[in-house]
Design a protein around this ligand. Structure first.
Ligand SMILES: NC(=O)c1ccc[n+]([C@@H]2O[C@H](COP(=O)([O-])OP(=O)(O)OC[C@H]3O[C@@H](n4cnc5c(N)ncnc54)[C@H](O)[C@@H]3O)[C@@H](O)[C@H]2O)c1
Ligand SMILES: O=C(O)[C@H](O)COP(=O)(O)O
Length: 587
């Protein structure tokens, strides 16, 4: 798991531009600014609702950081009522996390943790729209599921469940329960992911010929364990056994339907430890009745638990378990820890490695991009505040100047932060990495990204970043560059974000506190006048730069201030006779 850590924005004594002044005021304690992508309300302990039984190690870990409310078997209404008091929710497959849940949370719910793999019980679109991160625990139950798949495969082939019931009923039916052998038979693994490949490995150990169908799996991974990747058609046509291991998605829903069963080898045997919905259960029943499918072993069902009168469950050639794939002591401890870590991390503002609805940014990339994350958000904030009232922001360009190749720079995080910067100052919407693209789209904001390819060493991720807003007027005319766009540019210096260009003018101001941009007639004494107006109000100037447009004619002064000056102070600044235009921008 990786963290966007807290950092202090300190004043840099960098003086590279035309004139740069760092006031020698006594230093004050600086506020520690934390970039919290998803963090819950700071200060108060967050509340985590655990809605289904979770292993004790996970509960203990959660308790070190949060108030933990373990409330099982909640009705949908009870869940919706409780959720508005919770920052995180942890579920397994038995709880439907619907749009109603996100709406009822009224913005408080920041993370949904799925203690397992399948997230088909969570409305991901609704989560994303509400800026709620969904994390899962994708690895800890893989082996358990694979072992259960093999258990079902062998039990089915040898009629273990039926024979057991028969013996317990006082019978001794040896000829009725003659089974089939696995060795030399072809097993088609549908979905060659974590569980599928472990099933394949184990089936090879049983002497089976294993093929797999997975449109997204790399052939070399399959080859490495002696499995051939085949088409859906070929899998159906050649398999003696078919084992399901794909996720339930719109594309896999009822993938096994009448049509598919019409193309299988007669007498095929089917195992499903993936999701009930990947099989059309009525079609399977028809195929069983017709002898097309000889047997089925099912751990998962479209509706769980299935109705008592479910004909499939009661079919004599079907064995069924109550969604036990992940249910081993070891897997449940592992899953509980995996999900508790992910949820706590997300509540702390870290980016989870197992995020389902947000880009996963590897730790090293995150570490490298952290200063640019702050920079891009601030550039977005500055750019949007430079737009004159009445001109709607629609077209935004973000240009990344780097010596790196395009594939060497993951900009999703930066784009999200620009979006956050652009939208939050002008709305009440909370933007984060999860919902940034969605919210931008919803507001008709078109953010395009460009690369400025630089010569030089690719060691540094980025040289500078530009944010440009087209088709708008600016309340600070000097912020418009020659192309007619509001333009702000920044770079990271000594690990700190700096504003280095406004419009076509080079400036240099550390991006902390807030900023006053001021264009004035270039003459002596202006800096002093502005400085004393701010000083009278006890407003601390943390950085200042002056760039001349033309000597003796015009200059632009960029002043970084720690406190927000009063209206009166801003008015007085504007009234200095040499000042032609000025604007106060909050960071
Ligand atoms: N019964 C249980 O208790 C239990 C336990 C763990 C996992 N599961 C389920 O098992 C399934 C697999 O889990 P996993 O951890 O291996 O997931 P995974 O993401 O590692 O693997 C899924 C694989 O399915 C492939 N896939 C996607 N669409 C496909 C399609 N149309 N046809 C064929 N393959 C396709 C993907 O490319 C991927 O390789 C999931 O449905 C999960 O919910 C069930
Ligand atoms: O997707 C999964 O991880 C499995 O289906 C396990 O589900 P469970 O947590 O409800 O046992």
């Amino acid at each position: 798991m990786s963290a966007i850590s807290s950092w202090n924005l300190t004043i840099s004594p960098d003086t590279t531009l035309s004139f740069s002044w760092r006031p020698s005021l006594p230093s004050r304690p600086r506020k520690r600014k934390t970039l919290v992508v998803l963090a819950a309300g700071l200060g108060a302990k967050p509340t985590v609702l655990v809605a289904e039984k979770l292993g004790d190690p996970g509960i203990q870990l959660l308790k070190t950081f949060a108030n933990v409310d373990c409330s099982y078997n909640l009705s949908p209404e009870e869940l919706c009522t409780k959720i508005s008091l919770c920052d995180a929710l942890i579920v397994r497959s038995g709880t439907k996390v619907t749009r109603d849940v996100f709406e009822s949370s009224m913005g408080r719910l920041k993370v949904v943790g799925r203690a397992g793999v399948g997230i088909d019980n969570v409305d991901l679109s609704a989560a994303t729209e509400h800026g709620c991160l969904v994390v899962n625990a994708p690895t800890a139950n893989t082996i358990a599921a694979a072992e259960h798949g093999i258990a079902l495969l062998t039990a089915m082939a040898r009629n273990v469940a039926q024979a057991d019931a028969s013996v317990k009923a006082g019978k001794w039916e040896r000829s009725k329960y003659v089974g089939v052998s696995l060795v030399g038979k072809t097993l088609a693994v549908m979905g060659f992911g974590k569980v599928g490949s472990e099933v394949a490995r184990r089936a090879k150990g049983l002497g089976m010929d294993v093929i797999a169908h997975d449109p997204y799996a790399p052939a070399d991974r399959a080859r490495a364990i002696g499995v051939e990747l085949v088409t859906f058609e070929e899998a159906l046509r050649t398999a003696d056994f078919i084992s399901m291991h794909m996720p339930l998605t719109p594309a896999t829903s009822k993938m096994f339907n009448d049509e598919a069963f019409s193309r299988v080898k007669k007498g095929v045997r089917i195992v499903n430890v993936a999701r009930g919905g990947v099989i059309d259960e009525e079609a399977l029943l028809r195929a069983l009745d017709a002898g097309i499918v000889a047997q089925a072993a099912l751990d998962v069902f479209t509706e769980e638990p299935p109705l008592q009168e479910n004909k499939l469950v009661r079919h004599e050639n079907v064995i069924a378990t109550p969604h036990l794939g992940a249910s081993t002591t070891e897997a449940q401890e592992g899953v509980a820890l995996e999900i508790a870590e992910a949820v706590v991390g997300a509540l702390k503002g870290e980016l989870a490695a197992t995020a389902v609805n947000a880009p996963m940014v590897p730790a090293e990339v995150l570490l490298e991009l952290s200063p640019y994350v702050a920079l891009t958000e601030k550039l977005g904030r500055l750019a949007v505040q430079l737009v004159a009232g009445g001109s709607g922001v629609k077209f935004v360009k973000v240009a990344y100047a780097s010596a790196r190749g395009p594939d060497d720079l993951d900009t999703r995080l930066l784009r999200a932060m620009v979006t956050k910067g652009l939208i939050e100052p002008i709305s009440s919407v909370f933007v984060n990495l999860v919902n940034a693209d969605f919210i931008a789209k919803q507001r008709g904001l078109r953010i395009t990204e460009e690369r400025i390819v630089l010569d030089g060493s690719p060691e540094k991720a980025l040289e500078f970043i530009q944010v440009r807003i087209a088709n708008v007027e600016s309340k600070f005319a000097s912020a418009m560059c020659d192309s007619g766009e509001i333009t702000v540019e920044g770079r990271v210096k000594d690990g700190k974000p700096h504003l280095t260009k406004v419009g076509s003018l080079g400036v240099d101001v550390s991006l902390e506190g807030s900023i006053i941009l001021c264009r004035q007639v270039d003459q002596p004494g202006i800096i002093g006048k502005v400085g004393s107006i701010l000083g009278e109000e006890n407003v601390n100037v943390n950085f200042m730069s002056v760039s001349r447009i033309a000597a003796g004619k015009q200059a632009v002064m960029t002043i970084g201030v720690d406190e927000e000056p009063s209206r009166d102070a801003l008015k007085k600044t504007g009234e200095i006779s040499a000042v032609e235009e000025f604007v106060f921008l909050k960071l």
